[in-house]
Design a protein around this ligand. Structure first.
Ligand code: ADP
Ligand code: MG
Length: 298
C-alpha cells in the first residue's frame, strides 16, 4: 500500500555555520537545513544541550553535578542518566586499558594545574597523598538504582578525557531532533559527524596521513596539545599516567576514528598513555575503531 500522507523529508540544502564557547573551547557547528529558521532552532538546541551537560560534567564548576558527587564519599548518590552513562563508559575504559585511562585522576590533575601556574614540580608528598584518592576500583556504579559511590574522601572525578566526545554526541542528537541530520560538530580535537552534506559521500576531514571522507562517526585527536608545562627542560603533558601521578613525557599523539564521540575521545586519551603494545591490545577490544599513534621527537 502506498504510504498515503507520508511526506518526504524536506531537503536539507542550506549550509549554515555557528561557533560558541563551550567546555573552554570554541565549538563549531556546520549543518545543512531546509531553511534558516530550522537551522537556527537546531543550532540553539544543540548549544543548549551542551550548556546543560557542562553543568553536569564540568570539573571547573564547583556546582556541577560531578563536583557535588565528589564531596559525598561513602554514600550511594543518585545521579543523572547522562552522568551515569559517561562514568560507566569511563570506568569500562579504565578496566580495558589496564588503568591507563582513569576518570579518578582528578587529585593528580589538580596538582599539575598548580604546576603549570608555578612552573614547579608537584611535591612528592602531595603526589603520594593524592594517589590514595585515585583509582577507579574505588568507584561503585549501581545501574539499577542509578547511583554512584566513591569510597575515599577527597576523591575527584575528572571527565576531561571523555566528556567532550559524549557532549558532542548528545548535541548531534539535539540537531537530529530538530530535523537536521547533515552536520559536523567540532570542539578542539574532537569531531562528531552526522550525515554527509548534500550530494556528497561525507565530510572531508584532514588527518596527518591525508584527507579522508567520513560520515556518521567521530574523530578525536589527543596528545601533544598546548596544555603542558616544562620543568627542568622536561615537557609534562596535562594527561597523567595514573600509575605514577606524573604528567606524560612520552609525546604520543593519537587519532581515533570510532562510531561515536564518547568512544573516540576516551580512546584517543587512553592511547596517549599506553605504550605501543598495550595500545594495540586496547584497540583490538574496540573492533569498530581505528587509530593512528605517532610519537614526536623531543
Ligand atoms: P587532549 O587534550 O590531549 O586532546 P583530552 O582533552 O581528551 O586530551 O583529555 C585530557 C584531559 O583528560 C585532561 O585535561 C584531564 O582532565 C583528563 N585526564 C588526564 N589524564 C587522564 C587519564 N590518565 N585518564 C583519563 N583522563 C585523564
Ligand atoms: Mg580524550
Amino acid at each position: 500500500m502506498a504510504a498515503l500522507g507520508a511526506r518526504p523529508a524536506p531537503a536539507q540544502e542550506l549550509r549554515r555555520q555557528y561557533a560558541e564557547l563551550h567546555m573552554g573551547v570554541a565549538v563549531r557547528l556546520v549543518l545543512y537545513a531546509p531553511d534558516d529558521a530550522t537551522a537556527r532552532r537546531a543550532a540553539r538546541a544543540a548549544y543548549a544541550r551542551m550548556a546543560q551537560l557542562e553543568d553536569v560534567m564540568s570539573d571547573y564548576r564547583p556546582e556541577s553535578e560531578v563536583r557535588r558527587l565528589a564531596v559525598r564519599a561513602g554514600a550511594d548518590v543518585p545521579v543523572s542518566g547522562d552522568l551515569f552513562v559517561v562514568l560507566a563508559r569511563a570506568v569500562d575504559l579504565w578496566r580495558r586499558s589496564d588503568g591507563a585511562f582513569d576518570p579518578t585522576v582528578g587529585p593528580f590533575v589538580e596538582l599539575w594545574r598548580a604546576a603549570r601556574r608555578t612552573g614547579r614540580m608537584p611535591p612528592r608528598a602531595e603526589l603520594d597523598a593524592a594517589a590514595r584518592r585515585v583509582g577507579s576500583d574505588k568507584v561503585h556504579l549501581d545501574s539499577v538504582a542509578r547511583t554512584v559511590r566513591l569510597d575515599a574522601p577527597g576523591m575527584r572525578i575528572d571527565l576531561g578525557g571523555i566528556a567532550k566526545g559524549y557532549i558532542l554526541d548528545r548535541a548531534l542528537d539535539a540537531l537530529r531532533a530538530q530535523g537536521v541530520t547533515r552536520a559536523l560538530l567540532e570542539a578542539g580535537g574532537d569531531i562528531v559527524l552526522g550525515d554527509a552534506p548534500p550530494r556528497r559521500r561525507g565530510w572531508r576531514i584532514a588527518l596527518s596521513e591525508g584527507d579522508t571522507i567520513l560520515a556518521n562517526c567521530a574523530v578525536s585527536t589527543s596528545g601533544d596539545t598546548e596544555q603542558f608545562v616544562i620543568i627542568g627542560g622536561v615537557r609534562y603533558s596535562h594527561v597523567i599516567d595514573p600509575h605514577t601521578g606524573m604528567g606524560l613525557t612520552s609525546r604520543r599523539e593519537a587519532t581515533v576514528v570510532a562510531p561515536d564521540g564518547v568512544t573516540a575521545d576516551g580512546l584517543a586519551t587512553a592511547l596517549t598513555v599506553l605504550d605501543d603494545e598495550r595500545g594495540a591490545r586496547l584497540l583490538r577490544s574496540f573492533p569498530q575503531a581505528a587509530a593512528r599513534v605517532r610519537r614526536h621527537s623531543r
